[in-house]
Ligand binder design. Structure first.
Ligand code: GRF
Length: 192
């Protein structure tokens, strides 16, 4: 059971709004939660998500990735100092190098706004609407060195309606993400 394996020290990586971070902080505060968020990392000093981290007294680290090698090296140092067991990417807009993944040597999860393997990369909602798909959704997957291609942990579907716009679909998919990410983390930790 989740509460028998102990809480995993978790770092959340963000770039923007941070609504998934906010949701994960809420999840981490539940009784018997399987994660404890110790660190929030951002490549963007203006990321609104940093406000949630500060409000919740979570340590933050900002590095702009202008020199990816140096930024990743500094992040690895922070992760090791905080004994981080798990990274959750939540709207983090930089691609982590093979070297980073190898050096961290612990699981990295990501949430992506489509039903992978469909629509890897950006502008997922626009592409779903253009193809007149009946469904879209969100996917939590393990991160490997190829973009949005690691093992899928869990997905949540949403219906696409004729009247949907990229904005309305985005908002539906984000609601699905808030439901999905905590459950996918639990599922992953219980099974690993
Ligand atoms: C989410 O839709 C996530 O799937 C994608 O970026 C968005 C981040 O939103 N990778 P937020 O910053 O968590 O509000």
């Amino acid at each position: 059971m989740v509460n028998l394996i102990g809480k995993k020290n978790t770092a959340v990586f963000i770039s923007g709004k941070g609504s998934n971070l906010r949701n994960l902080i809420k999840f981490s505060k539940q009784k018997n939660s399987c994660i404890k968020i110790d660190l929030v990392i951002s490549n963007n000093k203006n990321s609104k998500g940093l406000i949630y981290a500060k409000k919740n007294k979570i340590q933050t680290y900002i590095t702009n990735f202008k020199n990816k090698k140096i930024s990743e090296k500094k992040i690895i140092k922070y992760l090791k100092n905080s004994s981080i067991d798990l990274i959750c990417l939540a709207g983090f807009m930089k691609i982590l190098s093979k070297n980073f993944i190898k050096n961290f040597n612990n699981p990295i999860l990501n949430i992506h706004p489509s039903l992978l393997p469909k629509y890897k990369g950006l502008n997922t909602h626009e592409r779903v609407l253009k193809n007149k798909d009946k469904y879209s959704g969100a996917t939590v997957h393990l991160v490997n060195s190829k973009l949005d291609s690691g093992t899928i942990i869990m997905q949540k579907k949403v219906n696409v309606l004729n009247k949907d716009t990229p904005k309305s679909l985005k908002s539906k998919v984000q609601q699905a993400e808030y439901w999905l990410y905590p459950r996918a983390i639990k599922k992953f930790l219980v099974n690993s």
